[in-house]
Structures are given as structure tokens and as C-alpha cells.
Design a binder for this molecule. Structure first.
Ligand SMILES: Nc1ncnc2c1ncn2[C@@H]1O[C@H](COP(=O)(O)OP(=O)(O)OP(=O)(O)O)[C@@H](O)[C@H]1O
Ligand SMILES: [Mg+2]
Length: 314
């Protein structure tokens, strides 16, 4: 048995100068990433495809080794003190991995056994119930749909009641109902004191759930703030409308266009008036016009499009 650290750790998860270069190529997946996740926090890790989120989580879960740096879970070094760090962590991996020979309940019982948890039946029942799997307990893993398999992965991650729960895109390919059930359950666990680390490309989920958010871009940490601060730091107003017409170049340069949907940032009310006047002058016909608050997606795109920050500076 490894000794527990002498005092209660101040961080649930601590990344210290973590870098990762994959041997197979010249890919520098992570570059000098340092930050803490506080005990009890609901923390979001965001970034575009290939930003390094799963690489960081794999190192956190002891599945891959950092090229440099150190990671601890509740004070336990994920490499030197692997067993204790791993026990403190429940990981829902991005990839659907499962053993096709077992049914759902057996899968969860085997996972309990792996962590040395005995008499876990009541908690397994609660997990099955809360994740909408009760009627699938006897179903063979390979008979389940993709969304159902993901539910089992979530249950598997929680089977040993880990203090730190790590969810790597848990809602990819998951229907609306399960998302709601899943978030209600995870929010309950978070209220009960579990720390949660979430990666997702659904930014409205991150905005609604996460107290703080870190953003990775090209393997570097480019933002780390309270969600409210991130939202407050952006232009407060967005003009949203649909159109079939081409925008005049001055507006096109500042607009975000998704099919027929156009979104343009405004910093204050007079700017909204100016934008509307410009549209009228250019005879751009608009439909479904809305003036709303900027959301996390706007902040995210701003940060991702900004030039890289100077070394070490956030
Ligand atoms: N096993 C591997 N071998 C070589 N390169 C890898 C490996 N795993 C990841 N990479 C590379 O490392 C970089 C970061 O990948 P990673 O999977 O961590 O990104 P991500 O942020 O999780 O992306 P996504 O949102 O698509 O899941 C990418 O350039 C990827 O191609
Ligand atoms: Mg990933």
C-alpha cells in the first residue's frame, strides 16, 4: 500500500508543465500545460479537434505517459502512485470500448471486482436505474445501440464511486433524453462532492454545467477562467438573423455565417443600430431577426481565432 499524502491536497487534479510528443511522428500534442482543478469543482476542458484534450485525459488516467511534467489526482502521482490515483478516478473514455461477451450487469460487476469493491449490488442497481439501463441489465453488450453502450461506459466509470469523475465527450451520439438524465445524475454527484472534469463540443452544455473552463489550442492552454468571467469578457450583444442575400464586404468580414444564419457581434446599442442601417442600405433582406446575448460559442471562437499568446502568458 502506498502512503497517503500527509495533508489534504489543495487540488483534486494538478497538471504541472505537462508536455506530450507522440513517438510515431513529430506531433507535439501538449506543450507545457499547467492548471489545477479544485475539489468539488465542475470543470470544463474545451478545444477544437486535435487540441490535446484526450491526450491530457489519457495521461491523467495513467493510460499514457507524459513526455515531460507531472500529474496528480488528490495528491497521488499518476505514475509513481498509479493504483491510488487510478482508484480516485472514474473515466468515461471518448472511444466506445467494451467486452462483447458479457451482459450489462456482469460488465459492472467485473469492473467492481477490478477495483476490489465488494457487495456493490445496490449501487449497481442505482446506476442502472439512473442511467436508464434497468431493463437492459441482462442484455449482452453487443446487442446494445451506440447510445446505450455509452450509458454503460458511464456506469462503469462510476462503479467504484470515484471522487474525481472524468468525462471525455460523454454525450457524443447520445439522444436528448439521455443527455438530460445523464446531466441530472452527474450534477447530483457533483453536489454530493464529486469533482467533475468534462470535455465536450456542445458548448451550451459546458456553459450550463461548468464553473470554470480551460481551453486548449494546438496543445497549449489558451484560456482558464470562471465561465461567468469568460462570458462577461466578450461583446455582450449578438445580432442574429437569416438571409439569402450576400452581405456587404464590411459586414461579411465580421460576421459568422452558418448556412443562412448570420451572427454579428455588437459592443453596444448604437452599434446594433448601425449594423441594421448597413443591412438596410445594402438591401439585405433579413428574417427571424434576434438581438441576444453572446454565448460561450462566441467566446470560444474568439479565443480560437486570436493569435497565439506569448509563452507562459494567459
Ligand atoms: N496515439 C497517437 N499517436 C500519434 N498521434 C496522436 C495519438 N493520439 C493523438 N495524437 C495526435 O495528438 C493530437 C491531439 O489529439 P487528441 O486526441 O488529444 O485531441 P482532442 O483534443 O481530444 O481532439 P477531439 O476533439 O477530436 O477528440 C492530434 O494531433 C492527434 O492526431
Ligand atoms: Mg478527444
Amino acid at each position: 500500500m502506498t502512503q497517503s499524502p500527509p495533508s489534504a491536497p489543495s487540488a483534486a487534479v494538478r497538471f504541472e508543465h505537462v508536455s506530450k510528443t507522440y513517438r510515431s511522428g513529430q506531433v507535439q500534442a501538449l506543450q507545457d500545460v499547467s492548471f489545477d482543478i479544485r475539489p468539488g469543482e465542475f470543470f470544463g476542458l474545451l478545444g477544437p479537434n486535435g487540441a490535446g484534450k484526450t491526450s491530457l485525459i489519457s495521461i491523467l488516467a495513467g493510460l499514457s505517459q507524459p513526455s515531460a511534467g507531472r500529474v496528480t489526482v488528490l495528491g497521488h502521482d499518476v505514475q509513481r502512485d498509479y493504483a491510488a490515483a487510478r482508484r480516485a478516478l472514474g473515466l468515461v473514455p471518448q472511444e466506445l470500448v467494451f467486452d462483447p461477451f458479457f451482459n450489462v450487469r456482469e460488465t459492472l460487476e467485473i469492473q467492481s471486482g477490478y477495483f476490489g469493491v465488494k457487495n456493490n449490488g445496490a449501487w449497481i442497481d442505482e446506476l442502472l436505474e439512473n442511467l436508464g439501463l434497468a431493463d437492459k441489465a441482462k442484455a449482452n453488450m453487443r446487442q446494445l445501440s451506440g447510445g446505450m453502450k455509452r450509458r454503460v461506459l458511464v456506469a462503469q466509470a462510476l462503479v467504484h464511486r470515484p471522487p474525481v469523475i472524468v468525462l471525455d465527450e460523454p454525450t457524443a451520439g447520445v439522444d436528448v433524453e439521455l443527455r438530460q438524465t445523464l446531466w441530472a445524475f452527474i450534477a447530483r454527484l457533483n453536489k454530493e462532492g464529486h469533482t467533475v472534469l468534462l470535455t465536450t463540443h456542445y458548448l451550451e452544455e459546458a456553459e450550463a454545467l461548468c464553473q470554470r473552463i480551460a481551453m486548449l489550442k494546438g496543445g497549449r492552454l489558451v484560456a482558464l477562467k470562471a465561465t461567468s468571467e469568460l462570458l462577461a469578457g466578450t461583446a455582450q450583444t449578438m445580432l442574429r438573423f437569416k438571409t439569402d442575400a450576400a452581405l456587404p464586404p464590411a459586414l461579411a468580414a465580421q460576421a459568422r455565417v452558418t448556412g443562412r444564419l448570420v451572427q454579428i457581434k455588437a459592443h453596444h446599442a448604437t452599434e446594433v443600430e448601425q449594423l441594421l442601417a448597413q443591412l438596410r442600405q445594402a438591401q439585405v433582406g433579413v428574417e427571424d431577426l434576434e438581438i441576444g446575448r453572446a454565448d460561450l460559442e462566441d467566446v470560444f471562437l474568439d479565443i480560437m481565432q486570436a493569435p497565439a499568446p506569448a509563452q507562459g502568458g494567459l
